[in-house]
Design a protein around this ligand. Structure first.
Ligand code: ATP
Length: 635
């Protein structure tokens, strides 16, 4: 059959351009990517051969081989793994298989294409070959088909590739890189050895390099050396012992870091890791990592996550989501267990009690890894900036670890007077005066809105700390948790704000008296606003502002939450608020003095609109507000 020409998927072309722009200074990553693919193909075959030993019978020793050829300027990475059929080769090496990545690249601007930071976010995989090669030839044959169904795939990385059926006796894949002039140093075995050990020492498959054989000269032969033909042989250059099977004490940080890069296809070091071996009824080894940077699709519904599952050191599957709760989806790594059968499927995993036990144990491990990280304030601040919002899903999702996750969260607070989210609930409690029994918080649209909110006035005056929250998830989180360490969470916007022992008896009395004293203006405002509000009261929480609104149920939906719910098509009933006024504020005093009822109506509308504006940052009818204000200004 003659070779057929195919066009690359548009996104592949974009990715190739991106590679040329961004990874140029980090050329050797292609070695890691191609060894990683070869090792995956070997793991897959190893797994299939458990139930079908025929697959590996003719060539049972699984290995990766790397050979440089200075005569042809080629570097070949070979494996005797699963290989590919024609269909698989065209699907895998002509498109970007992962739908999320594809969408991400498709949406990238040309500027973003130049941003090298982004590249670590998705496996560039096979296409990294084009960083060093101006032509790539792939010879492959699937272990499931015969010698007649080999495939030759070739491309110069410029928009098209060719494919052709060939005869190939051995199964597995050869990736032949025709090196660019400036990548010829990869023909040097010393350079190769360095790169290979760096990236593959910890993978369980042997990686062999084609090297000149060093033979100690025999006695009397010293002078004949030059005439001797050079002899080459394949020499294993990596350790080939799966890293996690070694005792943690013996593993250097550098080894963990490079293993992480291999496992998670990340170009950066992990933020932290935790390696544990447990023996007994439930036997497992886990190696968990937290990346430096959150993946771009962390909040995408179809974000792929989960651990790599090994059973008795045999790779079983990627992205096994069953072992960690969703709110820990940023944790990467692997679990290797002897407690599951080798033929475990995703469905079986779902139902297995071992999975449940492992999930419980690994969740605890992950949480304690995060807790340890929190001891380092600087690192933890970075962690919170990247993953704090995902972690906030935890107290609601995982009831049994609710307290443990709440402990790990960080918030901004009036204590610090800035928007940095670094106050833990324990910090808050440690600063509570004796008379305080509740944890006060405020959710708002933004830090700005929260920190200048009128609801804080009385708290500021009394010197009571309030946690400030403005992330989308905060409102939902606080609507679903009631207490921490036995202390109730109370929104400062609650209509029946209970200050407990913090309340000043005198002040309460004053409010009650004020209620009587200002009955008149309250009644007049009620008459003007009618159905728009559920009640009008004298406020005990305002100091500098004339008015505020509070929800009847205690919790009010912020405008942001409203918009969010509306966007999901939910019917939200029009919320009625209680309007609270501060009768000592000059604006209220002035309004009370107004005897003309039509003029007073404008004051009442203004007082109400101001309260809404302070709470929600916007009004439904801003022009009516402006008109009303202008009329009052003109007099
Ligand atoms: N040596 C190989 N043997 C068999 N299949 C391979 C080999 N190299 C690549 N493939 C196939 O090509 C696909 C695409 O490879 P590529 O490296 O681009 O992405 P990936 O490995 O799926 O993703 P990532 O690099 O993020 O892990 C692989 O999933 C695999 O199916």
């Amino acid at each position: 059959m003659s070779a057929q020409v195919h066009g690359f998927q548009t996104e592949v072309n974009k990715l190739l351009k991106l590679l040329a722009n961004s990874l140029y200074s980090n050329k050797e990553v292609f070695i890691r990517e191609l060894i990683s693919n070869a090792s995956d193909a070997i793991d897959k075959l190893h797994f299939l051969a458990l139930t079908d030993p025929e697959l590996t019978k003719d060539d049972p020793v699984l290995r990766i081989r790397i050979r440089a050829d200075k005569d042809t300027n080629t570097l070949t990475i070979s494996d005797n793994g699963l290989g590919m059929t024609m269909q698989e080769a065209c699907d895998n090496l002509g498109t970007i298989a992962k739908s999320g990545t594809e969408a991400f690249i498709a949406g990238m601007s040309d500027d973003a294409v130049k941003n090298s930071q982004l590249i670590g976010q998705f496996g560039v995989g096979f296409y990294s070959a084009f960083i060093v090669a101006d032509k790539v030839t792939v010879l492959t044959r699937s272990a499931k088909v015969g010698a007649e169904e080999g495939v030759r795939w070739e491309s110069t990385g410029e928009g098209t590739y060719t494919s052709e059926t060939i005869k190939r006796d051995q199964r597995g894949t050869d990736v032949i890189l025709h090196l660019k002039d400036d990548a010829k140093d990869f023909l040097d075995t010393w350079t190769l050895r360095q790169a290979i050990t760096k990236y593959s020492d910890h993978i369980s498959t042997p990686v062999e390099l084609y090297e000149e054989k060093f033979e100690a000269p025999k006695e009397g032969e010293e002078n004949k050396d030059e005439k001797k033909e050079k002899v080459f042989e394949y020499v294993q250059v990596n350790n080939a012992q799966a890293l996690w099977t070694r005792p943690a004490k013996e593993i250097k940080d550098e080894e963990y870091k490079s293993f992480y890069q291999h496992l998670c296809q990340d170009y950066q070091d992990p933020m932290t890791w935790s390696h544990n071996r447990v023996e007994g009824e439930l036997e497992y080894t886990s190696l968990l990592f937290i990346p430096q940077v959150a993946p771009w699709d962390l909040f995408n519904r179809d974000n792929k996550h989960g651990l790599k599952l090994f059973v008795q050191r045999v790779f079983i599957m990627d992205d096994a989501e069953q072992f960690l709760p969703n709110y820990l989806r940023f944790v990467k790594g692997l679990v290797d267990t002897n407690s599951l059968p080798l033929n475990v499927s995703r469905e079986l995993l779902q139902e297995s009690s071992v999975t449940r036990k492992l999930k419980k144990a690994l969740t605890k491990r992950a949480l304690s890894m995060i807790e340890k990280l929190s001891a380092d304030k600087e690192k933890y601040a970075k962690f919170i900036a990247q993953f704090g919002n995902v972690l906030k899903e935890g107290p609601v999702e995982d009831y049994s670890n609710r307290e443990a996750v709440l402990k790990l969260l960080r918030f901004a607070s009036t204590h610090n007077d800035n928007s940095v989210q670094d106050v833990s609930l324990a910090d808050y409690i440690s600063r509570m005066p004796k008379e305080q029994s509740k944890i006060y918080y405020l959710t708002a649209e933004s830090y700005q809105a929260a920190s200048s909110s009128p609801y804080l006035e009385t708290f500021k005056k009394k010197g009571i700390e309030v946690l400030l929250m403005w992330d989308r998830i905060d409102e939902w989180l606080m609507g679903n948790v009631t207490e921490f360490d036995g202390k109730e969470f109370v929104a400062v916007t609650a209509s029946d704000l209970k200050l407990g022992d913090l309340a000043d008896k005198e002040e309460e009395k004053r409010t009650q008296e004020a209620e009587k004293e200002h009955k008149d203006i309250i009644e007049r405002i009620k008459k003007v606003l009618g159905d728009k509000v559920s009640d009008v009261k004298v406020s005990s929480r305002l100091v500098d502002s004339p008015s505020c609104v509070v929800g009847e149920q205690g919790h009010m939906l912020t405008a942001q939450m409203r918009r969010l719910l509306e966007a999901t098509g939910q019917q939200i009933p029009e919320e009625k608020y209680i309007l609270e006024i501060n009768p000592t504020h000059p604006l209220i005093v002035k309004a009370a003095e107004e005897i003309d009822e039509s003029c007073f109506a404008k004051w009442a509308e203004l007082i109400y609109a101001q309260a809404l504006l302070a709470d929600q940052g916007a009004l439904k009818d801003p022009s009516a507000f402006v008109k009303c204000m202008n009329e009052l200004l003109i007099g």
